[in-house]
Design a protein around this ligand. Structure first.
Ligand code: GLN
Length: 531
């Protein structure tokens, strides 16, 4: 077998089932790939070679023993460091949790382990999932595999980059305002935010509990759906967990991949496109719409006027909830404890010194903002108004569903920006999430699929959002789009990404990587022939 890491997760599962490859071989291949390219990409905060290889060996043994196995059994996975892993450091990209070793597994981690997917390691992220670039990690940024000088999106840039750089076929992420979908869009991968409550949040370190959702990341729609099925379903440990079966996402993905989408009605959100959106992003979006129309999808424009207020509403609700959730990091229960250099070590002084040293600037900014928005005298003006806007956004969705089955837009207004470019300007970073945030505020599912390379040679994404519980239809539409695009390009988008091993072997630094890569090199390539 030449390069196992280039296979899709579904192909890996097929080879495992047929006995042509072992989970140990697959896991070793990925650990080797991580050794080769992760010094340049920095997708992982921690790899777990012994743990992963032991889990792989156990998966192989279970197969030999004739155990009834999950479809993805033996296929390795990477886990965002916001998810608790029993006995294994879980940092959330923060100094305050630098040495926190959870006593339990998050439900989704337990599920991937029970399904016998070896866990390769914990992926990098913006501190406490706050950010759109992974630069707010206390452990240094992750680099975009398409151009090492650029960000991989955030907060789950580590999971997206790991998958995009073929360091893992699958990864888990979390999405509070776009942290699965935005990194997927800017790394040419697929990421889905399930319906709120569709996947357990137990063991997900909370940022904004009414918005947070765990979800799958992969290189194609089917693999994403297969992982979704592993992690989804009711969990009595999560009070907001939906008590219903996982939607048939893989079945519907397959249906879409076979081109079966005739009669689906989609709405193009008027407020999410045009001004402020990069030309190449809009061009790829329009071309994708054309392909869907050719497949028999009915397309109309839909106006969702309140979406224009989603960003300000989110940046009041999210920090409010985060300021409350992060109060638990008080130097008494978890992680870091700093004794003040001077004065008596009172409880307040220890808490203050610990939080001062343990939290980075973006986390502090949001705690201050949230505390302010919730304080007496300001609550109604800020938090209360934001909650009203949230209701208006939900109503916009509800009226859209009277005419269409799903809403579509570009996932992100631009392609990946340069490292450092937006660090000093939080507002411009926040704008990355204008198109992804409405789904979180309404609890609806969303998925991002690659739609090609923009005029700068960098990946851009197509987002599908649907009504709560309609996850399977999103996968159907996304599958159909992916199949049509891969057909047009002559191969998956990631085939045209730069060869990271060659870059490393050539002794090139991140600065020499350039953007775009090899390119598929024919008229209908991912740039739409615009090179
Ligand atoms: N980028 C958004 C933020 O900074 C979303 C984060 C997320 O989804 N975790 O809040």
């Amino acid at each position: 077998m030449s390069d196992l890491t280039r296979l899709t997760a579904a192909e890996m599962a097929g080879l495992l089932a047929g006995g042509q490859v072992s989970s140990v071989e697959l896991t070793k291949a990925h650990l080797e790939r991580i050794d080769q390219v992760d010094p340049a990409v920095h997708a992982f905060l921690q790899t777990l070679p012994e743990v992963a290889l032991a889990e792989a060996a156990a998966a192989d043994q279970a197969r030999r023993d004739g155990e009834q196995l999950a479809e993805l059994a033996g296929v390795p996975v990477a886990v965002k460091d916001v998810l608790a892993t029993k006995g294994l450091r879980t940092t959330c990209g923060s100094r305050i949790l630098e040495n926190w070793i959870p006593a339990y597994d998050a439900t989704v981690v337990r599920k991937v382990r029970e399904a016998r997917l070896p866990v390769l390691g914990k992926t990098n992220m913006d501190e406490f999932a706050m950010g759109s670039s992974t630069e707010h990690s206390a452990y240094g940024p992750t680099h975009n595999p398409w151009d090492l000088e650029r960000v991989p999106g955030g907060s789950g840039g580590g999971s997206a980059a790991a998958v995009g750089a073929f360091e893992a076929p699958l990864a888990l992420g979390s999405d509070t305002g776009g942290s699965i979908r935005q990194p997927a869009a800017v790394t040419g991968t697929v990421g889905a935010k399930p319906t709120y409550g569709g996947v357990s949040r137990y063991g997900l370190v909370a940022m904004a509990s009414s918005l947070d959702q765990v979800g799958p990341v992969a290189r194609n729609v089917l693999d994403t759906a297969l992982l979704h099925e592993v992690i989804g379903g009711h969990d009595p440990m999560d009070q907001t967990s939906l008590n219903e079966p996982v939607p048939p996402v893989a079945e519907m993905a397959r249906r879409g991949l076979a081109g079966d989408v005739k009669g689906l009605r989609i709405g193009v959100v008027a407020e999410l496109g045009g001004r402020g959106y990069q030309q190449g992003v809009m061009d790829r979006f329009q071309e994708a719409l054309k392909l869907l129309a050719d497949l028999g999808v009915e397309i109309q424009e839909v106006s969702c006027p309140s979406f224009s207020y989603a960003l300000p509403a989110y940046y009041l609700i999210m920090p409010s909830e985060a300021s409350s959730n992060l109060a638990r990091f008080d130097a008494m229960r978890y992680g870091l404890r700093v004794t003040p250099a001077e004065g008596p070590a009172t409880v307040e002084a220890v808490m203050g010194a610990t939080r001062e040293a343990g939290f980075g600037p973006e986390v502090k900014r949001r705690i201050i903002l949230g505390t302010y928005a919730l304080s007496a005298g300001y609550y109604d003006a800020y938090y209360g108004s934001a909650q009203k806007v949230r209701t208006l956004i939900q109503r916009d969705f509800e009226s859209a569903w009277e005419n269409v089955d799903m809403l579509v837009s570009p996932t992100v207004p631009t392609t990946a920006f340069k490292l450092g470019e937006k660090l000093e300007d939080p507002l411009s970073m926040y704008l990355q999430d204008v198109a992804t945030i409405p789904a979180n505020l309404a609890g609806t599912p969303g998925i991002s699929v690659p739609s090609g390379l923009a005029e700068d040679g960098l990946p851009t994404g197509f987002q599908v959002v649907g009504p709560a519980r309609a996850d399977a239809y999103l996968y159907q539409l996304a599958g159909a789009l992916e199949a049509a695009l891969v057909d047009k390009w002559g191969g998956p988008l990631l085939d045209s990404a730069p060869d990271l091993v060659a870059l490393a072997a050539g002794g090139q630094t991140a600065g020499d990587a350039g953007s775009g890569g090899r390119g598929i090199g024919h008229q209908d390539g991912p740039t739409g022939g615009a090179k």
